[in-house]
Design a protein around this ligand. Sequence first.
Ligand code: CTP
Ligand code: MG
Length: 618
Amino acid sequence: MSLLFKNLLKRGKINYFRTFLRPSITHCKCLSVRKFSDSRKKFVSFDEIQAQRRDEARRSLVVQVNSESSFSELYGYCSQYASINGIHHYKNFAEEHFMLIEFSSEDCMKDVLRSCCSHQKEHEVMALPSPFLWFRARSGKKMKLTVPSDKSLVVKNGNEVINEDKLRAELMTCSSVSEQIQLLYDRTVLNDIGVRLRYMVARQLEVVFNSLYSNIVVLPFGSSVNGFGRIGCDLDLVLTNELTEEMLDPGKRLVYQEKKCSSGVRPWQRHLELVAELLELRVAGAARVQRILHARVPIVKCAHELAGLDCDLCYGNLSGVHMSCLLRALGALDARARPLALAVRRWAAAARLTAPTPGRCVTNFPLTLMVLFFLQQRPGGGAVLPPVSALISRAGKEDIRIAEDNVNCTFLRDMNKLPPECYGQSQADLGTLLLQFFEFYAQFDFSEKAISVIEGKPIRKPNSLPLYIVNPLETALNVSRNVSYEECERLKTEVRNAAWQLEAGLEGEKSDDWGLIGLLENKASRGLKRLLRVGNSHRLVSVKDLFNDNGESDQEEGFKSKLQRLTKKTDSDVENGVNEMKASLEKDSSKINKNKKVNFKNSQVASEVFRIRRNKMI
Ligand code: CTP
Ligand code: MG
């Protein structure tokens, strides 16, 4: 029996060992299949995962097909040119079908690319090399394509987001809040195909931009790679063009003539303008390109319609990548960290504490730091996570990283070097931790104290901003400086409500919104759902039943009395529910009206270039 296994048994952590491995299996198959002989290496570093994923993307292609049953024909066709490791199926926002094919080597993939052609019919479309392709229906004589009987899709509809009602029904069957949190995590965490696709988009941009810039690297960061992302999360990308030592070699005598950008303070702003143009004209799938170039960190936003993703692209922000590395390392140290953070992120979205667009409220990144900070507080008697200072003090030469503007991003990368007594010491289960999280922040002194994951304990606030969360890499910055007084007050109220709701649910019989269910229900639809629920069961009366009058007597019956009859609710229940529903509908409709005014700049150009008319696909 390996040393690690024995230690885990001794410390009663065998279950955690299993759940610890599960996320890594979904994230990175090849890296996580370990033999017991190499079990001394318990953690795989961010750099290793990144290198593995980038290599995988260089060996892969994404092919649009007619349906998942195109698998055999596509497999048979591509395996004539190259050996295939696996084919993964997914659908985009428009329900179009795609297959992500991983080949055994980059050379294999290049052989397939050499066999590709351009679309001949549309003269206004310029040919475009890219790892995104489509599979044309066979023309002419039939060729026999064979597929070995043991080959099938690795995954079908891999990026499907679980339906709310199905999730609710599954959560109802759990026996504890801990089980609910784990189930929510297993059903919603960003999976293997999601990560693969994100690296494919990065690869596609690298291919296009490399024709204009030497040494361009495009790296995903944020929730796509830090372990706290959910299926369907946005893709944050950073573009860098750092020159390698080889390219700066003073011994080489022939040097490129270079072009200096004359735009003064922020030359990259102009280059990002060009990047935006390229996205519109030369990147298959990129649409609705928006330029936000005067922000502190200028970004270009776009949708990637072939990958079914929304992307934010910035330049040179390598500290964002190092931050993702830090979050990934902390999240990997204890199997409870990521499920807890995902539950909190989901609760915050349901309580409308976070919003998809940045504004005056807290966003997912600072919220995740709040979860990590809580886990550093020795909940249940021992520390679940170490303070970041423990990683900084143990950093070696190989961990030195200096990002843009001389930001020191040096901290221990290899978590195998961290003594096991620094983390995972509490035995508290996920349900207990969630309740303690809400109680901790219900009592936190937000007016005087700042949250610092470096120290792992509250520190004095350096200014009077309502919410202060120290940026662990740039300690002079507050990552929640945008949060208004009102939003901070709402956060305090909602954590108190959540603590009360969760604690109340622990006593007595399980209601139809017990445990996590009540916390995850969207406030806007909560009134309506509560109203439509039959008695105390979680079954909902269908809206069709309410409006579809079958019998004569039904036509006489008013909406409220029909609702009361179908749901077995009292008069006042129905009255309250209808009022709550009206209020939330009014709020939503004013939002929708506001949203209607948003016009995407240049969306027309992008969609024209992207939406090429095609002949039949298979
Ligand atoms: N980031 C940072 N400092 C900030 C804000 C963001 O370093 N003040 C970095 C973090 O690495 C963060 C990433 O930028 O993870 C992306 O930010 P954002 O998209 O806001 O957060 P995500 O963690 O990606 O969460 P989401 O799923 O909501 O996109
Ligand atoms: Mg993000």
